[in-house]
Design a protein around this ligand. Structure first.
Ligand SMILES: [Fe+2]
Length: 283
């Protein structure tokens, strides 16, 4: 028996088949974690900082599609690199404007996985917009139980003239870079942690901040092959075209990680999840 399909039925079949294949491929791609290794050349910083490494993780979105296995893989990838310092950039749990503790409890395995992280100069964390969209108080409480420092518009001076500062989320915080840096040694080279790279808008004049490390964009998460564009990225145009390292000003770089998890759909296309290993170079 031969079944005849109308033109409309053919078109519908092709669209649904393409979506199913694209979704399947995208799901597999969302599990293929990569380690992004980059050198950041910093002019005039102490030679003692040359070679210092920072491990970067962000956008776990636990409680939605990210599994415990995905997070364990990312934690192991960072651990195996033995970075001098570890930066966690927020969106630990997935929120949907619920402002409830339900999503935090659903994704609580993230906090158990992160407690294994250690680094000689410490582990530092900031909050993301999704953490605020659940129960921010409970996320903070869970983070402060871990062996890390939660930087809510705070900074800390480390050895050899290095300081790390961190701000609350740029959308939901508020983020306050002045408050985060005001107690630091004026001679310090500052690495600023901010979930959202748009925090650079607050620091146009601050040349002490040599590097901003961010997440939030997911690198677009779904990028259309060939044209390499993402349908939507939740930040200003400046950061929509890229992840990785970009020159912000003559004195500053911004590094954006694509993150570990996914948001909205469990799919990534031409945009694998990643963790970062940044190495400072004195030039
Ligand atoms: Fe995110």
């Amino acid at each position: 028996m031969t079944i005849k399909l109308s033109r409309r039925a053919w078109i519908r079949t092709i669209i649904y088949s393409s979506l199913a294949i694209g979704g399947g491929v995208g799901y597999v791609c969302s599990k293929r974690l990569e380690v992004v290794r980059l050198d950041v050349p910093l002019r005039g910083v102490s030679k003692k900082l040359d070679g210092l490494t920072i491990g970067v993780m962000s956008d776990f979105h636990a409680g939605a599609f990210t599994t415990r296995g995905d997070i364990t893989r990312a934690v192991r990838a960072i651990e195996s690199e033995k970075p001098d310092l570890i930066a966690l950039l927020g969106d630990y749990v997935d929120g949907a404007y619920s402002h409830s503790s339900r999503n935090v409890k659903k994704g609580a395995f993230i906090f158990d996985a992160l407690k294994k992280l250690t680094a000689p100069l410490g582990v530092y964390a900031v909050m993301g917009n999704h953490d605020h969209w659940t129960d921010a108080g409970l996320v903070r409480k869970e983070l402060t139980k871990l062996p890390l420092s939660l930087l809510d518009n705070q900074g800390v001076d480390l050895d050899h003239g290095l300081a790390v500062a961190g701000v609350d989320d740029f959308w939901e915080g508020p983020a306050n870079t002045l408050k985060a840096t005001r107690n630091l040694n004026p001679e310090s080279v500052i690495v600023m942690l901010s979930h959202n790279p748009d925090v650079n808008l607050q620091m146009v004049e601050d040349d002490r901040v040599k590097l901003v490390i961010s997440g939030h964009t997911h690198g677009g998460q779904i990028r259309i092959p060939v044209i390499n564009q993402a349908p939507w990225i939740p930040c200003s145009w400046k950061y929509r075209g890229s992840s990785g390292l970009m020159r912000e000003t003559e004195h500053r770089w911004t590094f954006i990680t694509k993150g570990v998890g996914t948001f909205f759909v469990p799919v990534r296309l031409a945009c694998p999840p990643d963790v970062g290993i940044i190495r400072l170079r004195s030039i």
